[in-house]
Write a protein that binds this ligand. Structure first.
Ligand code: GDD
Length: 409
């Protein structure tokens, strides 16, 4: 049997995701019409002999209960949310629930970060892992040399694929091959985490007798049960024939900012074209709006037949799109109203916001720039004919004059 664990973090994480994370836990923010965490969960469906999926985080139980029960029914695989009382770090989090995770007596455990966007080649990773042996295999991707320092950089053996060297977010360049935050482990991973935790406890005891020792330790302020997968486990195990890599050439992105969530929504829409085309709007029929490229429209949304939608557009529940509106590369959240002849390009329009007639909400579409995507928080009102360019607008604001390159608090 195999189990999968998805790390969802908690309310003190995901701060770069504001203002969108003010309304909803980041893992539930919709990309291509489905919660961020839904994409790795549905990828898990392809794992042979999958017995359970666990989400581990420190959000309140009730924030995930609805989603978890509906996805369990839909997938026919039990999905459970396990709440930590406090953050234990990415490895400490799974260690904390090791007894529960081991109940199914799994031969392998997948571990996935929830804030990455990928085609998640999980069955392929498992096959590779079985060939390599060792305690784990890491999904790896090549990125540009300039961006590599935002990730865990690693070096592997080109022939055996063994992980030889690992450094988390290094200051000087090590490699353009990076850790995707997707792993498959054998249950021996728990022994490795326990090793780190025990070592910490021993040092903490030592420190009580020697203040000199305390000065030597850079880990002195870290609680003994807080274990990071990258620094504390991957780095020391590199080069010991325990860890291997599986390199993907498919898409992979990290989702830390609202701008990146738009990029990933567009990526998932184009993946739907290949995997689940029935989820995309077709634009068939005389009463339908003109649909261009990959577009998701929730069944409860009302789109006027003279509107023109796409490519890269996702429209959530109960949104209303008026006559002649033009939408390109955007996420329209629940209950939004877009009035006649308004234009939305490279933008995220927050819950229950309204965009007036002939108004424009747009941005350059440079996903990595701070203001490359225009973001409107919840219940923002853009009045008729107002133009909003490259800006972030916090919830409940009314805009009656145009703005450009601004963050409106
Ligand atoms: N439950 C729980 N508890 N989840 C946590 C905790 C915790 O204490 N700490 C982090 N997480 C979750 C986050 O929500 C996220 O999904 C994942 O674990 C990793 O988060 P971070 O530890 O903050 O690392 P990161 O995202 O900056 O970088 C990691 O992922 C990159 C790929 O996206 C590293 O592993 C990098 O090496 C890697 O490149």
């Amino acid at each position: 049997k195999v189990v999968a664990v998805i790390m969802v973090g908690g309310p003190t994480k995901g701060t770069r995701f504001r203002p969108l994370s003010l309304n909803i836990p980041k893992p539930l923010f919709p990309l291509a019409g489905y919660p961020m965490v839904h994409h790795p969960i549905s990828a898990c469906k392809r794992i042979p002999n999958l017995a359970q999926i666990y989400l581990i985080g420190f959000y309140e139980e009730r924030e995930f209960s609805l989603y978890v029960s509906s996805i369990s029914n839909e997938l026919k695989v039990p999905v459970r949310y396990l709440r930590e009382d406090k953050p234990h770090g990415s490895a400490g989090g799974i260690y904390n629930f090791r007894d529960l995770i081991m109940e199914e007596d799994p031969s392998h455990i997948f571990l996935l970060n929830c804030d990455v966007c990928s085609s998640f080649p999980l069955p392929e990773m498992l096959e590779a892992h079985k060939r390599y042996g060792g305690i784990g295999t890491i999904l790896v991707v090549k990125v540009s040399a300039e961006s590599a320092n935002q990730f865990g950089e690693l070096v592997s053996d080109p022939v055996t694929n063994e992980l030889l060297h690992y450094t988390e977010k290094p200051e000087t360049f090590v490699s353009d091959r990076i850790n995707c935050g997707v792993y498959v482990f054998t249950p021996d991973i728990f022994t490795a985490i326990q090793g780190v935790s025990t070592q910490r406890k021993d040092r903490a005891n030592l420190r009580r007798v020697s203040s000199f020792e305390a000065m030597q330790l850079d880990t002195r302020n870290i609680p003994t049960d807080y274990v990071r997968l990258d620094q504390d486990i991957l780095s020391p195990l590199a080069g010991k024939k325990q860890l291997y890599i599986y390199e993907t050439t498919h898409f992979w992105e990290q989702i830390k900012t609202p701008g990146m969530s738009l990029k990933c929504s567009v990526l998932y829409l184009s993946q739907f074209r290949h995997t689940t085309p029935h989820l995309l709007a077709t634009g068939d029929g005389t009463k339908s709006a003109a649909i261009i490229g990959d577009v998701y429209i929730h069944p409860s949304a009302k789109v006027h037949p003279t509107a023109k939608i796409g490519p890269g557009v996702s429209i959530s529940a109960n949104a209303r799109i008026g006559p002649g509106a033009r939408l390109i590369s955007c996420i329209i959240l629940d209950g939004v109203e877009i009035k006649e002849n308004a234009v939305v390009i490279h933008a995220i329009v927050g819950w229950k916001s309204s965009i007036g007639k002939w108004a424009r909400v747009q941005a350059s579409g440079d996903y990595n720039a701070k203001l490359g995507v225009t973001i409107l928080g919840e219940s923002v009102s853009v009045e008729d004919e107002v133009v909003v360019v490259n800006s972030i607008v916090l919830p409940h604001k009314t805009l009656n004059v145009g703005v450009q390159d601004e963050i409106l608090l």
